[in-house]
Structure formats: C-alpha cells, structure tokens
Design a protein around this ligand. Sequence first.
Ligand SMILES: CC(C)(COP(=O)(O)OP(=O)(O)OC[C@H]1O[C@@H](n2cnc3c(N)ncnc32)[C@H](O)[C@@H]1OP(=O)(O)O)[C@@H](O)C(=O)NCCC(=O)NCCS
Length: 218
Amino acid sequence: MNKINSKDLYTNRLELRIPKMEEQHRLWEILIVENINQYYFPTPDRIFAKNNLSKDKIEDLKKARKIFMEQLSDWKRQEPFYKKKIKLIQTQDDSQKYTWSIFLKGTNTVIGQITCQPKDNELENIRDIGWYIDANYQRKGYATEAAIKVLDFMFNEVEITDIKTSAAEINYGSWKIMEKLGFEFIGKKKSTYYKDDEILVCKEYHGNKELFLNRNNS
Ligand SMILES: CC(C)(COP(=O)(O)OP(=O)(O)OC[C@H]1O[C@@H](n2cnc3c(N)ncnc32)[C@H](O)[C@@H]1OP(=O)(O)O)[C@@H](O)C(=O)NCCC(=O)NCCS
C-alpha cells in the first residue's frame, strides 16, 4: 500500500472534496434523519456495555438505539467529534484521511459522504467502504458514481488490496451498489439493526481490484 495523501476527486457530475468543517453541520443534518442513519451507523458496543444491554434482545436493541440517537441528534455534543475528525483528516491520519464530502459539481451543495477506512483488527490494506446520500438526491446514481471514482483511486493509487464491507439485507440500495462494483457476496451475519420486532441480518461482501475491473462483465 502507498501511504499517499488524499486528494479531491472528480466525476462527471460530482466533486469528492477533502472534508472541511464548513460543510460538516449540513452533513450532520443529512445523517440524523432516521431513514439515512438506521442501517448506516451500527449502535456502538460502548452503549450496550455502559447500559448493561444485550444485543440479542430486541427490547435492548431499541433502548440502545434510542440512547445513541439522543446523542447523535445533539449538534453541540457532536461538534467536537466532527472537529476532531477534520483535524485528523487535515493531518492525513490514516484512520480518517480517505473520507470525502460529496458535492454536486460546480456548486457548494453537499449531498453526502463516502469513506474508505481501515477495518478494526485488519491489515491497513484491507478497507471498508461506506456511503450516505441526502434523501433528496437518492436514486440518481450518485453513490455508485462516487464509489467507482473512490475505488479507482484506492486500488490504483493507494494500492489497497481488498474491500470487506456489509449492508443490512433490507438495505437493498446499498448492497446493490456493492454488486454493481463487482464485489462478491460472502455470507450473512447478525446485526444490531432491527425492523419492527425483528433483528436483521447483514450481507457481507468482498472486493478487490480484479473484481472491480471486471465489474461490467459480471
Ligand atoms: C444506499 C445509498 C447510499 C444509495 O445511494 P444512491 O445515490 O441512491 O444510489 P444509486 O442511485 O447509485 O443506486 C444504486 C443502485 O441501487 C438501487 N437503489 C438505490 N436505492 C434504492 C432503494 N431505496 N430501493 C431499491 N433500489 C435502490 C438503484 O436503483 C441502483 O440500481 P440500478 O442502477 O440497477 O437502478 C442511499 O440510499 C443512502 O444514503 N442510504 C442511507 C445510508 C446507508 O444506508 N448507507 C449504507 C450503509 S451500508
């Protein structure tokens, strides 16, 4: 893997910019909408531990989610985390540097975010990829367009070797993108997401440069 700095990336319709603090409040507004965050942010382990809640019980999952959402929906509480993240990006810290704010090209309209960050307990050249797009701009191919550009950069310039990622089975739009990127389906695992009274499973995917380059043939 090449330890190179991140850079702005351009597609036909989008500018993927190195994040700045000035658009973070808008991104937070996009993210706190339930339809956006419900299958994007797993409820962190620390919330289960601190409140003595079990991931196996639907009532506990709901309680943990409620606590997490109360924390997320308070900008004053969130702002320091966003500031810290921007600082890490500015200093090209590997934990955060491959994060982009997605803007409509030639405008200052930010519509989402895409990340390609290291995974816990994995080598640095094995990464996760994550995305969210403002509800007003979904179903226009923007997430796919952004992801293709980011993977082109990550495989060809940063030279990561693998992507390991997952999406709730119910989150059709997200795993559809993984399949459009050529990723292979690995299996299913239990998640901390739920719908009504059902605990949901996630679909896990693996990608690499070869699969990505052959994506149109799959
Ligand atoms: C997942 C998400 C990023 C997709 O963004 P998007 O810009 O709408 O995606 P695209 O327009 O590139 O769509 C990719 C494919 O998925 C399909 N798709 C997207 N959203 C869909 C939905 N809600 N239902 C069914 N299909 C959907 C599209 O039709 C397209 O397939 P096609 O080319 O065969 O038509 C967006 O729905 C989102 O932000 N969701 C909330 C955050 C989230 O869950 N992130 C992922 C966590 S794993």
